[in-house]
Design a protein around this ligand. Sequence first.
Ligand code: DC
Length: 225
Amino acid sequence: MRKNLIIAIDGYSSCGKSTLAKALAKELGFIYIDSGAMYRAVTLYFIRNKVTIQDAEVVKQALKHIELNFHSRDYQSHITLNGEEVSEEIRQMPVSEKVSEVSANKQVRQEMVRQQQRMGKSKNIVMDGRDIGTTVFKDAQVKFFMTADPKLRAERRFNEMQSKGDTSITLEEVFENIAHRDYADTTRIESPLVRAEDAIIIDNTAITEAGQLDFALKKVRPLLT
Ligand code: DC
């Protein structure tokens, strides 16, 4: 099998990128990398350490003290921040509310992109995010761009949080957060969310998880032989 095939999945918040990415990784035996988790973990570090994002020197020093690692268990990606498992905490509202600001920072992006490109060297990977097909891996052999109805995305995210026992937030608040992040992600100066010209659009408003996996596999499999 080929050893350096990259599948880039970009798209809006909460529209099933990680579900598709994990399913593809499992089906194909690829490594899954959740680039959003990296921005979230950096955000958690900045919150905990009261890093002033406007101060370039402070940000530079903070980035030197952050070590991120992924551990894959059952194709669920777990991320550690300086050795501590933070996969749950980075999905909670304090991080979700601040991650747009942190991920719009040029120094943060440069460092994350550098680490992401290193992770993709000589390996078969699926990476999801906002700028994977446009910046991190412009030459990725397969690019998907995912979208879905914003109301449905909020409902899915809300149900997911409820099922994990997080009942501190209303559906309206989830909707607001998603709308805010869509706006911030698409209008920021550094690597805004845009569809790469060669990305295949998947609108999963009305297709099942199995349906989208099937569709994506049909695009990828011919490249593996
Ligand atoms: O995919 P997610 O919702 O966990 O991502 C969290 C935030 O990180 C999102 O608001 C945008 C940002 N992000 C980014 O700017 N670039 C990426 N490659 C991945 C995520």
